[in-house]
Design a protein around this ligand. Structure first.
Ligand SMILES: [Fe+2]
Length: 348
């Protein structure tokens, strides 16, 4: 492969598209997270939700790519739109570099050039954003009944994590590296009480988001394999929303819909000794069961994870204070929390 750092001219994430058999439920989840329901695609039942620079499409079409995707996966992230300087050129270069093109036979729902991504989801290339306007202005119309809600401080997508079959992590890492120019930033080996996983984090060549990839390490019904069974293939395990004030975001969040993972009380007996420079109210951190991590002095991140929210997919909420990590110090606590949840559900 050539040495070009950003061969497709990738600039960031434009949208995430959801396929679901239950649109009302997804609408409630999005609303509770503080997304406003604003528009629909001009000739399709695809609804546009927005909060700051996070853009969601909820596809309710009964035919086409998304409908077929929902049939085989249940509630799913069936596509993403990635911002590039020139969509057609990015598409051509991606195919040259080994990506599989999504042509007319893919029955794709939008006219933007696209390739196949993780688990045969689509990655659309979007060139209209920022100063050039937006696809929502060009290709969508206002809903008669908009639902504009107060935003909850979620600014953009910080990262999205993929779960893949054992032995295929390298293949998928190479896909992101070879086609887009992602770079490896971290490698983890995580062991719980009963199960284990490997994780490999990649940073986009534009530096605006990351893609960690997980694969299970044993044959013990670990949480990655449970996901793969339920989702019927590899895909997005979670999306992380960035906020500048996680405590305030959680104060506003409707906890009735969006349950978060429980953290053992002992966690808070030591965490503030390990990360004493946290500025937020420690009582609130404990009350919301927020996880804290730090890679170096005066830098830290706060994060929290929902339980599985739609199908096996969950949402992370993250606040970064000069910390570019993924909460490595919390992987153990988090992994064990999911194991406890698996045990309660009778999976382990
Ligand atoms: Fe994450």
């Amino acid at each position: 492969m050539s040495e070009v750092k950003n061969p497709l001219g990738l600039v960031g994430i434009e949208f995430t598209e959801y396929a679901t058999p239950d649109a009302d439920y997804m609408d409630k989840v999005f609303t509770d997270f503080g997304f406003s329901k604003l528009k629909k695609y001009k000739d399709k039942d695809v609804v546009y939700y927005n909060q700051n620079d996070i853009h969601f499409l909820l596809n309710n079409e009964r035919e086409g790519f998304s409908a077929a995707f929902a049939k085989s996966h249940g509630p799913a992230i069936c596509s993403m739109g990635w911002r590039v300087e020139n969509a057609q050129k990015a598409f051509e270069v991606a195919v040259e570099r080994g990506a599989k093109p999504a042509t007319e036979s893919a029955n794709k729902d939008f006219p933007y050039p696209a390739i196949y991504g993780i688990g045969d989801s689509l990655i659309y290339f979007i060139e209209i954003f920022g100063d050039k306007g937006s696809i929502y202005d060009n290709d969508f119309v206002d809903l008669e009944e908009q639902n504009i809600v107060k935003d909850k401080g979620f600014l953009r997508i910080d990262h999205l994590t993929n779960n893949v079959y054992k032995g295929t992590m390298e293949t998928w890492a190479n896909f992101y590296k070879n086609v887009f120019g992602f770079e490896e930033v971290r490698y983890f080996d995580i062991k719980g009480q009963k199960t284990a996983l490997l994780s490999y984090a990649l940073k986009s060549p534009c530096g605006t988001f990351s893609i960690p990839i997980n694969e299970g390490k044993d044959d013990n019904n670990n949480q990655i394999d449970e996901y793969l069974d339920e989702y019927n293939g590899p895909g997005v395990q979670h999306l992380a929303f960035l906020t500048n004030d996680l405590v305030a975001s959680l104060d506003q969040l409707d906890q009735s819909t969006i349950a978060t993972l429980d953290i053992i009380p002992e966690y808070y007996e030591t965490i503030f000794d390990r990360v004493p420079w946290v500025k937020e109210d420690k009582e609130k951190i404990r009350k919301h069961q927020i996880l804290v991590d730090s890679q170096s002095e005066n830098c830290y991140l706060l994060q929290i994870f929902s339980k599985n929210l739609f199908g096996p997919i969950f949402i992370e909420m993250i606040q970064r204070v000069d910390d570019g990590g993924f909460g490595e110090g919390n992987f153990q606590a988090l992994f064990e929390s999911i194991e406890r949840d698996q045990e309660r559900r009778g999976v382990l």
